[in-house]
Write a protein that binds this ligand. Structure first.
Ligand code: CUA
Length: 369
């Protein structure tokens, strides 16, 4: 008996400890920062109370019966064996049906409410790859001002204006480094989830699902893939950065511009290597794009503004782009030297770059503001 008590105490202590694990909890559903997350939280809380009542009645009943009707030492015969009780059975069939019917009303109306796609919403396509997220701003006024006037394309960080309704079209794309003849491979199911702004939505090859949401306040909201999608599912993260109107306009103007031409010697070497001029290098552009250059690959993150302040993480937000405001060259070098060593299974190949080549590429990438 003493032992059991200790076990119970230990379990309680462990539970309390685990609850205390996270102080900041950036992915807390109970701390919504936009109307979609707020609506979902309201429904969750609404359903929580009837669920808690049902839990108490059922578990309390089990406890009560187990204690009152437990085996006693002096009992020498079986208690009467009963089969069937029509009244009771009708009761426990009808009661849950009523509870479910009541819960169904707000649930279904919430589903309808969240499925509405306002015509004036900003359209952004979310592309799930193994294992990073790409974002394509498809509204006509979000076209870049160079080349073929294609859409603004970013990776890892979804930048949005505060207070504007955003309509995300979710697609799963393959086309990793190993794709052949334009056939997209690595197309798997992902799930897009930023708990403070919206709940999970599956990202399915060949289908287009939608999330309609907006962010109330400027800030950074972290999110991640919520559907097992391969080796690095756990490191398929992203951030949503909501900007106020002035910052948003600045961001859009910068993203619409082509990449900056480096004027530093090392960065220029890196650019040559990246693009494969002088017959050396050129592997990067098979998958990556840099606006305003010949690099137009679509299988890997678009690097046009890799070093913009808002692009604060890279490689599926596995690494910070900046540490205390300075380029995080160390992690980028490690990534370029052997992507699989830092993110096993990554589709980015190891090209056996020399240290000097890596330095040049890092200088080039950090010149792309
Ligand atoms: Cu993508 Cu899990």
């Amino acid at each position: 008996m003493r032992r059991t008590r200790w076990w119970i105490l230990a379990l309680l202590a462990l539970t309390l400890l685990l609850v205390a694990c996270s102080k900041t909890a950036p992915q807390n559903t109970m701390n919504p920062h936009g109307p979609t997350a707020q609506t979902e939280k309201n429904l969750l809380v609404l359903v929580l109370w009837p669920a808690a009542a049902v839990f108490l009645v059922v578990e309390g009943g089990i406890l009560l019966i187990s204690i009152r009707l437990r085996h006693r030492k002096d009992r020498d015969r079986m208690p009467p064996q009963i089969h069937g009780n029509t009244r009771l059975e009708i009761g426990w069939t009808i009661a849950p049906a009523i509870v479910l019917a009541v819960i169904m009303v707000p649930t279904v109306s919430t589903i309808w409410q969240l499925a509405r796609q306002p015509a004036d919403a900003m359209q952004i396509t979310v592309e799930g790859y193994q294992w990073w997220w790409g974002f394509r701003y498809t509204d006509p006024d979000m076209a870049v001002n160079y080349g073929d006037h294609d859409a603004i394309v970013t990776a890892d960080v979804l930048v949005i204006p505060t207070g504007r309704t955003i309509d995300l079209s979710l697609t799963s794309l393959g086309g990793g480094a190993h794709s052949t003849a334009g056939v997209p491979d690595h197309q798997v199911i992902h799930s897009f989830w930023a708990p403070q702004l919206f709940g999970k939505q599956d990202v399915i090859p060949g289908e287009t699902n939608h999330i309609v949401f907006s962010a109330d306040d400027p800030g950074i909201y972290s999110g991640q893939c919520a559907e097992f999608c391969g080796l690095q599912h756990g490191k398929m993260k992203f951030r949503i950065r909501a900007l106020d109107e002035a910052d948003w306009q600045r961001w859009v103007a910068n993203e619409k511009s082509p990449s900056v031409q480096p004027n530093d010697g090392l960065a220029q070497q890196g650019m040559d290597l990246f693009l494969g001029v002088n017959g050396v290098g050129g592997q990067c552009i098979q998958c990556h794009a840099v606006g305003g250059t010949d690099a137009a690959g679509t299988a890997a993150p678009n690097l046009t503004h890799f070093a913009a302040a808002t692009h604060e993480c890279f490689a599926g937000c596995d690494f910070e782009s900046f540490l205390n405001g300075n380029p995080n060259a160390a992690d980028l070098k490690a990534w370029l030297a052997d992507p699989n060593a830092v993110k096993l299974g990554a589709k980015m190949p190891d090209y056996g770059l020399t240290e000097q080549q890596i330095d040049a590429l890092v200088a080039y990438l950090y010149s792309l503001t």
